[in-house]
Design a protein around this ligand. Structure first.
Ligand code: UN1
Length: 505
């Protein structure tokens, strides 16, 4: 606990879940340990929720929704503004906690908190722009328009790799839309969630609106399932693997609820024969090894024109040799550990399978024996259709695949089950436009002369196919968190029917 106090979370209370005005006691409940992936040592433990906690929390979230939905949207926005200010004050400490708990480097831990702050700013503006359209009615003396109403309590299930930013994309927009939020963080990163919940509590209690943001910490599937299946929760936003996403999607669909899915990626960078390699190399390195390859937008496949294939490989090997791997809180480190032993085992299995299949390891491939879950960033000559290349392994493994024509490169980019992020390095205008056109990349994100990861919050974030189809954060993603109502008002003295139908008595 001292460590957390040093991080400025003086009133840190290892509560298990939070509902309006109460932290459930940590008392007799089973504990979930949070440990530092760089050292494998425990940091602290958090009490696990019980089935009774889940029921209380959902009930309370409904009750609070009744009050919150009546608060004018710009006033809701003002509260999110105050939350953003609190995040600004705690950015450094919260960023360190993210690093400590997930192993991402300090720069990225801080970046994640910045992403929350950006999201808060965006949500404040959006709170005055929950626009509906006005239509011209085909009937005389009629007015027709649409408006957007809040949904109810929104379930937000987040992954360990962006333990707080993904919550912010969902929760802050959901809140300005008038919904309450129940957050189920990854059991691999419960401490950052508890810390953020504390910041929320301070701001919301001071303002007189406790219970808008709620927390549910559990590592038990049946409890997560009871949240997902509950009819009082009209929307479940889920970020994680395609495998679990499928399960969530089926359960929510069975009750005709809404789900918002942000699932696995298998993102490619294409480098054509005209590309500026001075841009491509650092972008690919950041995309492939940033967050130790554990982003859903991580670059996993590098599709390179045969003319520059060997040169790019030697430049990448040169860059990989210089990557400082180590303590994520050391400012010089660029590559931290994977999240846990299971992730390391998956990395090792992938490397073994690739070797068996005939993949040539050009760099890396080993687990580092130094304590902590460190692996070497790895470059592999591989073929796109291999089973291992077709799936997302959450580790810093980059597959190198040559091509001859742009058509072939685009076909390779699209020939995976996932459709998250993609990019093309080129100085050829026609290539760039073709890649972005309707018969170019089939992904939710397509970039030119920049990498696949590190999206800004202003755009809609998400992908197609097995990535789940959801869009979160910016643009008009707010519509996911509201229900649309079409209203027609007759201000005349006649009752004309639509389509000119006559129905006279
Ligand atoms: C994720 O990995 O789940 O675009 C989110 C990015 C970050 C978000 C990644 N802004 O890489």
């Amino acid at each position: 606990m001292k460590l957390l106090k040093d991080l400025g979370l003086e009133d840190f209370n290892p509560g298990v879940c939070w509902g309006p005005g109460w932290w459930s006691g940590a008392d007799s409940r089973r504990r979930i340990d949070s440990s530092n992936p760089a050292t494998e040592k425990p940091i602290a433990s958090v009490g696990a929720a019980t089935a009774a906690d889940v029921e209380t929390l959902i009930g309370a979230s409904w009750e609070n929704f009744r009050t919150w939905r009546a608060v004018p949207a710009p006033v809701r926005g003002d509260l999110v503004r105050r939350l953003g200010e609190s995040l600004r004050v705690h950015k450094d400490r919260l960023g360190s906690l993210v690093s400590l708990e997930t192993g991402k480097i300090k720069e990225e831990g801080d970046g994640e908190v910045q992403e929350m702050i950006d999201m808060a700013d965006f949500a404040v503006g959006q709170s005055r722009m929950l626009y509906g359209k006005t239509m011209h009615s085909e009937r005389p003396s009629h007015r027709m328009y649409e408006q957007w109403h809040p949904l109810g309590p929104v379930g937000v299930i987040t992954a360990f790799n962006f333990p707080v930013a993904v919550w912010a994309w969902n929760a802050l927009i959901a809140a300005i839309c008038g919904n309450t939020v129940i957050w189920k963080p990854s059991p691999k990163a419960p401490l950052t969630a508890v810390a953020v919940q504390h910041l929320c509590n301070r701001v919301m209690e001071e303002a007189g609106y406790p219970g808008v943001f709620n927390l549910l910490v559990t590592d038990e599937n049946p409890l997560a399932e009871s949240l997902v299946q509950d009819r009082r929760i009209p929307l479940i936003s889920f970020t994680g693997s395609t495998k679990v996403g499928r399960w969530v999607s089926r359960l929510v669909a069975a009750r005709l609820g809404r789900s918002l899915l942000e699932l696995s990626g298998n993102n490619a960078v294409i480098v054509d024969e005209t590309a500026d390699l001075d841009l491509a190399v650092p972008a690919v390195v950041f995309g492939a090894v940033g967050t130790a390859g554990q982003r859903c937008t991580t670059t996993r496949r590098l599709i390179v024109h045969e003319n520059c294939y060997e040169e790019l490989i030697s430049r990448l090997i040169h860059a990989y040799r210089q990557l400082p791997i180590g303590d994520p809180l050391d400012r010089k480190t660029l590559v931290g550990p994977l999240i846990d032993a299971e992730a390391v085992a998956k990395f090792s299995d992938a490397i073994a399978t690739l070797k068996q299949r005939g993949g040539e390891i050009l760099y890396g491939g080993r687990v580092l024996e130094r304590g902590g879950y460190f692996v070497e960033p790895t470059l592999v000559r591989a073929e796109n259709h291999w089973e291992m290349v077709q799936r997302e392994t959450f580790a810093p493994i980059l597959y190198l695949i040559p091509f001859k024509t742009l058509e072939e490169a685009i076909a390779l980019n699209n020939a995976v089950p996932q459709g998250f992020s993609s990019s093309l390095f080129t100085t050829h205008l026609q290539h760039a436009e073709r890649f972005l056109s309707h018969w170019g990349s089939d992904c939710g994100i397509a970039n030119i002369n920049m990498g696949t990861s590190g999206a800004e919050i202003g755009g809609a974030f998400g992908g197609e196919k097995e990535t789940g189809g959801g869009r979160e954060a910016g643009s008009d993603a707010w519509k996911n968190y509201m229900r649309r109502q079409t209203n027609t008002i007759n201000w005349g003295t006649e009752l004309p029917l639509a389509q000119g139908i006559r129905f006279e008595l």
